[in-house]
Ligand binder design. Structure first.
Ligand SMILES: Nc1ncnc2c1ncn2[C@@H]1O[C@H](COP(=O)(O)OP(=O)(O)OP(=O)(O)O)[C@@H](O)[C@H]1O
Ligand SMILES: C[C@H](N)[C@H](N)CCCCCC(=O)O
Ligand SMILES: [Mg+2]
Length: 213
C-alpha cells in the first residue's frame, strides 16, 4: 500500500492545512480531510486545492461537511447529524495520501469519541504540526505523549513559524522525536513559494520510506 500520513497539530490554526498542501505537492499525492467543520470561509480541501498545484481530483471528498466552525461533535449536533467514528477509513487510492484531522488530537467527534481514537485504530504514522512560538513546548510534548500512550506511530514534528533553535531542539530531546523540518511563515503564500519552502526546509526522503537506501 502507498504511504498514508496523518497530519495533526497541537491546536487549531497552527498551519496543518498549509503544511498538508506542501506535503501533498511534494509527494505528488492525494489529500483527504474526513471532517470539515465550518463552511463559510474557504474549506481546508479548497485551500489545499488552491495551494498544492495538483489536479482537483487529488483532493478527495470529505465524509462530513458541517456548517459551524466548532468542534466536530458540536457542529454535528447543530446540523442534526451524527458522526460515526468507526466509518472513517482512508479511501483506497493508489498513491501517497495525506490525511488532515480537525484541530488537535483530543478533539471530540461525538460526545464520547476523540479524533485520536480513530488515528490509533488506523495506525498510520502521524506528523504533529507545532508552532515555534512560546507555549509550544508544553502543547507539543503533551500531544506526543498522548500518541505514544495509544501506540500511535509518530513520524515527527513539523514546526511552523519563525526559527527558534532552542525550542525546537528541546522538544526533539524531551519528546524523543524527530524534527521533520520547519515551514517558515510565507508573506506571499502561493503554490510556488510553498513548494520552494518545503523543498528548502524538509528532507523529502523521510516521507518516502521506499526510496531510502
Ligand atoms: N507557513 C505559513 N505561511 C503563511 N501563512 C500560514 C502558514 N501556515 C499557516 N498559515 C496561515 O495561518 C492560518 C491557519 O493555518 P491553517 O489553516 O493551515 O491551520 P490549521 O491548523 O489547518 O487549522 P484548522 O484546525 O482550522 O484545520 C491560515 O490563514 C494560513 O494561511
Ligand atoms: C473550526 C476549526 N477551524 C476546526 N475545523 C475545528 C477545531 C476544533 C477545536 C476543538 C477544541 O479543541 O476546542
Ligand atoms: Mg486545517
Amino acid at each position: 500500500m502507498s504511504a498514508r500520513y496523518v497530519v495533526t497539530g497541537t491546536d487549531t490554526g497552527v498551519g496543518k492545512t498549509v503544511f498538508a498542501a506542501a506535503l501533498t505537492a511534494a509527494l505528488d499525492g492525494f489529500y483527504w480531510k474526513p471532517i470539515q467543520s465550518g463552511l463559510e470561509d474557504e474549506t481546508d480541501s479548497e485551500t489545499v486545492a488552491r495551494l498544492c498545484g495538483l489536479a482537483d481530483n487529488r483532493v478527495l471528498p470529505e465524509l462530513w461537511r458541517l456548517r459551524t466552525p466548532a468542534s466536530p461533535h458540536i457542529a454535528a449536533e447543530i446540523d442534526n447529524v451524527s458522526i460515526d467514528p468507526d466509518a472513517i477509513d482512508p479511501p483506497a487510492i493508489d498513491g501517497p495520501l495525506v490525511i488532515e484531522g480537525a484541530g488537535g488530537l483530543m478533539v471530540p467527534l461525538t460526545p464520547d469519541r476523540l479524533f485520536i481514537d480513530v488515528f490509533a485504530r488506523w495506525g498510520h504514522p502521524v506528523i504533529v504540526c507545532a508552532r515555534t512560538r512560546l507555549g509550544t513546548i508544553n502543547h507539543t510534548l503533551l500531544s506526543i505523549e498522548a500518541l505514544r500512550s495509544r501506540n500511535v506511530p509518530v513520524l515527527g514534528v513539523a514546526f511552523i513559524g519563525d526559527p527558534d533553535e532552542h525550542v525546537e531542539a528541546s522538544i526533539a530531546h524531551l519528546g524523543r522525536v524527530r524534527r521533520l523540518g520547519r515551514l517558515p511563515f510565507l508573506a506571499d503564500l502561493n503554490p510556488s513559494t510553498l513548494v520552494r519552502a518545503f523543498r528548502d526546509h524538509f528532507d523529502l526522503s523521510i516521507f518516502q520510506p521506499e526510496s531510502r537506501p
